[in-house]
Write a protein that binds this ligand. Structure first.
Ligand code: C2E
Ligand code: CA
Ligand code: CA
Length: 435
């Protein structure tokens, strides 16, 4: 009995009682041996908590440990009995899914795990929020040995982190050293110029006056092979290199030039520019932007910077100084994709932001979902109580707009008015609207 106990200890994690890395590898190898007997696939999910270090640093190791056991408990509840959950150490967990009929089962499980872990944890009277990033590999498709599978799951997990995607399935193009990635980085580094990068503008309509007071600048890459690439196709990659800094500066410069041109033509239309989370670390950013504004003769209040709620939560401590400086310059600060990061407005109230941008996932069903409508309504009310304005994005039809008008939302943006357009087409759209 004593020997059995020793063996159990060697294969399990002390804190959570879950299988450890050694036992997981053993089970993976067992799966691989059995592969030829059935043509199904195994799924392996690698989970990493996004803000665990912060919890440990802020609340101490005891709270950190309790949190980990609670995470383990939620994982146990979310998976089937025959699947293996392991703790690999620190805040890393893995789930091995027994043969599945369809590969979608792994992503469906990942989605369930993300949802289940995203709900706040109650520890010692604290409400703790830890987002999770999950990398997914399929065996044998992505590898036939534990090391390869784990390495690739790790790559997919980091991709999920970068993209704030919750989970990502491994793909060879994610490999930092893959030829496809190296080629793309090299092409992009030679394409940060007016010939290849384009800004499209999507109008924001002021709901009280019906006027267009502002546009959001959305980036496109005109590739030499003739394709027009959307931001999701190249920005996550750029954000893993320092190319993103040059791109952000290009976007700001282009946007300020266009804004200044419109001013001269008698259109007072501000521009909202999306900021990569990384830029918040750049202490020189406020000074650089101030210079750009002066050079383009654009008043600071005509520029708004959009920062996503989730990146703000991740970088909260670092961003504070940069944030206040930008605000002191008179630049508008908008919290983008609001509602997806699970922060509370009370938590954000000390940040000097000027605008809240409600994520399109809430706007989409606002006319049919009373839950979404309630979230939007209370966000608007609280933002107004703090003296902030609210923009709803992703407004696609009149029924959504009617609800937003009813809730006194300040501005709306979406396909209902216009998609993002090249500058000339945007000016033509504006003229036809006014004419
Ligand atoms: P985002 O900031 O949430 O931008 C809005 C996205 O929603 C745009 O996609 C826009 O085309 C789309 N959209 C607008 N109205 C509607 C609608 O009514 N319904 C639906 N379903 N979608 C709508 P896009 O242009 O593909 O941009 C994707 C994301 O890429 C942006 O999301 C933003 O996070 C990022 N991005 C774009 N430009 C830049 C940039 O210059 N710098 C940085 N760092 N990120 C950028
Ligand atoms: Ca945005
Ligand atoms: Ca958005």
């Amino acid at each position: 009995a004593h020997l059995e106990e020793l063996q159990r200890q060697a294969l399990h994690d002390e804190l959570t009682g879950l299988p450890n890395r050694a036992l997981l590898y053993d089970r993976i190898e067992h799966c691989i041996e059995g592969l030829d007997r059935h043509d199904k696939e195994y799924g392996l999910l690698l989970l990493d908590l996004d803000r665990f270090k912060e919890v440990n640093d802020t609340f101490g190791h005891y709270v950190g440990d309790v949190l980990l056991t609670k995470v383990a408990e939620r994982l146990r509840q979310a998976v089937r009995g025959q699947d293996t959950i392991a703790r690999l150490g620190g805040d890393e967990f893995a789930v091995l899914i027994e043969p599945q009929a369809r590969p979608e089962e792994a992503t469906a499980l990942a989605k369930r795990l993300v949802d289940s872990l995203n709900a706040p944890f109650k520890v010692e009277g604290q409400s703790l929020i830890v987002n999770v990033s999950i990398g997914i590999v399929q065996c044998p498709r992505h590898g036939r040995d534990p090391d390869t599978l784990m390495r690739r799951a790790d790559i997919a997990m980091y991709a999920a982190k970068e993209r704030h995607a919750g989970f990502t399935v491994y793909d060879p193009s994610l490999d930092v050293n893959s030829p496809a990635r190296i080629q793309m980085v090299s092409e992009l580094s030679h394409n940060i110029d007016d010939e290849h990068l384009r800004l499209h503008y999507q109008p924001q309509v002021d709901l009280a006056s019906g006027e267009v007071r502002k546009v959001e600048a959305l980036l496109r890459w005109q590739h030499d092979d003739g394709r027009l690439l959307m931001p999701d196709e190249f920005l996550p990659l750029a954000e893993t290199t320092n190319l993103i800094d040059a791109i952000t500066l290009w976007v700001l410069r282009r946007a300020m030039k266009d804004c200044s041109k419109w001013l001269e033509a008698g259109h007072r239309i501000g521009v909202s520019v999306n900021m990569a989370p990384r830029s918040l670390h750049d202490a020189h950013l406020p000074r650089r932007i101030a210079r750009l504004l002066v050079a383009a003769h654009v008043p600071p209040e005509m520029l708004t910077l959009e920062i996503t709620e989730s990146s703000l939560l991740r970088h909260s401590l670092l961003a504070d100084g940069v944030f206040s400086e930008l605000r002191q310059l008179g630049i508008g600060l908008s919290i983008d994709d609001f509602g997806t990061g699970y922060s509370s407005l009370t938590h954000l109230k000390h940040l000097p932001f000027t605008e809240l941008k409600i994520d399109r996932s809430f706007t989409r069903d606002i006319a049919s979902s009373s839950g979404d409508a309630a979230i939007v309504r209370s966000s608007i009310e609280l933002a107004h109580a703090f003296g902030r304005s609210v923009v709803a994005e992703g407004v696609e039809d009149q029924s959504a707009l009617d609800v937003l008008l009813d809730y006194h939302c300040d501005a709306a943006q979406g396909f209902h008015y216009s998609k993002a357009l090249p500058e000339e087409e945007f000016l033509a759209w504006l003229a036809s609207r006014q004419g």
